[in-house]
Design a protein around this ligand. Structure first.
Ligand SMILES: Cc1cc2nc3c(=O)[nH]c(=O)nc-3n(C[C@H](O)[C@H](O)[C@H](O)COP(=O)(O)OP(=O)(O)OC[C@H]3O[C@@H](n4cnc5c(N)ncnc54)[C@H](O)[C@@H]3O)c2cc1C
Length: 495
């Protein structure tokens, strides 16, 4: 079950419907009822990217069906394939392929948790397994999922394949192994994979060249399953909320960085600018930080005390609270409870925070919402984060657009910034202005060396620009030619 499909892709194809030659071949593999021609494309997307021409959508149910599709479509004469898991890649293109002319492969029907070992700390998941469904299986166990802040009904595998960021760490660090369907017709498993009746250590790199990373942000194969690491569930967890004024952003970043580098914080520290902080109940004019501490009860009590004392001692914060989630009288109680539960791996199946941020349900976002994402990496230093804020101010001065920004501290050295450009999707001038602001962000951040780590469907050519060595990009292209000579998989996506 997926809530992310539009009515158009959900519509069952009547057997009498005429399928073009590509879709006929797909129908022989998956059955005609799992193939839908889409002459009008995949439908609207939240970023108002141009709808690509697609022959239709194919909805396989098994890895073997995907393997066969990839093998057949590797033929020079057929359309390329564009695969997605649950298609919630909002702000970067949603379900759209990068180029026209593809057959879309909706993998939401591969939704089995094939194996789960809470003692060993891993699960084998198909692309259609959502955060909510895996978390439900883990409830009451000693393991938890590294959740993202996106909808509970998005795919664990799809997010990791785009190098998504969870509340505990980068999702790519959760990947132990991948099962991939190659244009050669092979279905191979790279990295670590469980061995029946044997306990083997979960270790993604294997021996020799590590193959797993080749299939992340990659158009070399279609991924049919992933072995995903599960985190030990902490005995206790708290999120400290800190409000601060925009003028002290650089100092706050330096202060919080010192906590991260000294091991006071666990998981990803988040710093929201005023526009992004609103959804978390922050008063106008203030930025917000969430610092998570976890571990044994005594460790959490001690760390909470240390963080709040350090915060008070710095004199940088307007307000510091570690009790919003437990104090029902706090005006931010409900939001804080949801935030704390999410850090603890318990998703909000009703998507309350998600809807507060986007103004629409996951099922309606592509029809009703309007936003673009820009996702640069920035060094975790006070001056670098203050500079990023200046660049947002420059874009506002040039375009009138006030961007939301969430800085996610991936470690003590690097921050992933999620910059959101909202617009009224029914106002053509506003859409044009938003896309102009998006281009400007790319230009301005790149000029300071703050390069993106994820790209939207119209930005493939930008993948070459920040490359420290163009020869490395050329090597990646040679690999593509070797593995997928007819460019059967996701042309133009990251390559
Ligand atoms: C309010 C809000 C909060 C968000 N919070 C976060 C967050 O905390 N962290 C974060 O990372 N993102 C976040 N996002 C962005 C996005 O919603 C998530 O990354 C989401 O998980 C992506 O959707 P999906 O899992 O359905 O992946 P999909 O859209 O299915 O896929 C993502 C990409 O991977 C490719 N792909 C997917 N599956 C396969 C496969 N099996 N084989 C080959 N290629 C494949 C797709 O072509 C696509 O390019 C947020 C978005 C919103 C609107």
């Amino acid at each position: 079950m997926t809530v992310l499909r539009t009515e158009e892709t959900e519509r069952e194809a009547p057997s009498a419907r005429r399928l073009g030659p590509d879709l006929q071949i797909a129908a022989e593999v998956v059955g005609a009822d799992r193939v839908t021609p889409l002459p009008a494309g995949l439908g609207p997307n939240v970023s108002r990217y141009r709808s690509r021409a697609v022959a239709g959508v194919v909805r396989p149910r098994t890895a073997e069906e995907v393997r066969r599709l990839v093998e057949l479509f590797a033929d020079d004469d057929l359309a390329p394939l564009h695969a997605f898991s649950t298609g919630g890649n909002w702000g970067l293109g949603s379900r759209e392929p990068a180029r026209d002319g593809a057959v879309a492969v909706d993998l939401a029907g591969l939704d089995r948790i094939r194996a789960l070992d809470t003692a060993g700390g891993w699960a084998v998941l198909e692309p259609g397994v959502t955060q909510a469904s895996l978390a439900e299986r883990l409830a009451g166990t000693g393991r938890m999922l590294n959740l993202t802040a996106s909808s509970a009904h998005t795919s664990v595998v799809g997010n990791a394949l785009d190098r998504g960021v969870g509340l505990r760490r980068q999702r790519v660090d959760d990947l132990a192994g991948l099962e991939v369907a190659l244009p050669s017709g092979e279905l191979i498993r790279v990295g670590w994979w469980p061995v029946p009746h044997m306990t083997t250590p979960v270790y993604a790199h294997g021996l020799g060249p590590s193959l797993l990373p080749l299939f992340v942000q990659s158009n070399l194969a279609v991924v049919t399953a992933a072995a995903v690491r599960l985190l030990p569930r902490p005995e206790a967890l708290r999120v400290v909320r800190l409000d601060f004024r925009p003028e002290v952003l650089g100092q706050v970043a330096a202060e919080i960085r010192s906590w991260v580098s000294q091991g006071l914080a666990r998981g990803v520290v988040k710093m929201y600018n005023e526009a992004a902080a609103r959804a978390y109940g922050s008063p106008p004019g203030l930025h917000l930080a969430h610092v998570c501490v976890d571990g044994s009860r005594r460790a959490v009590d001690a760390l909470t005390r240390i963080v709040t004392e350090e915060a008070a001692g710095s004199g940088l914060f307007q307000d510091v609270s570690s009790t919003d989630a437990t104090d029902p009288d706090s005006p931010r109680h409900e939001v804080a409870r949801l935030v704390e539960r999410a850090y603890a791996g318990e998703p909000d199946a009703a998507d309350v925070l998600f809807e507060a941020k986007t103004g629409a349900s996951a099922a309606r976002l592509d029809q009703d919402g309007g936003f673009l994402f820009f996702l640069p990496l920035v060094p975790f230093t006070g001056p670098a984060l203050a500079r990023a804020d200046e660049l947002l101010a420059q874009v506002r001065a040039e375009t009138g657009i006030r961007c939301g920004s969430t800085a996610n501290a991936l470690d003590a050295d690097v921050v992933d910034c999620v910059i959101t450009i909202r617009f009224d999707r029914d106002d053509g001038a506003a859409v044009e202005r938003a896309h102009r602001a998006h281009d400007r962000l790319h230009e301005l951040f790149a000029a300071d060396g703050f390069t993106p780590y994820r790209l939207g469907i119209e930005d493939a050519d930008r993948a070459d620009r920040p490359a420290p060595d163009p020869e490395a990009r050329a090597f990646a292209r040679r690999l593509k030619e070797l593995v997928d000579p007819h460019c059967a998989i996701a042309p133009g996506r990251y390559a």
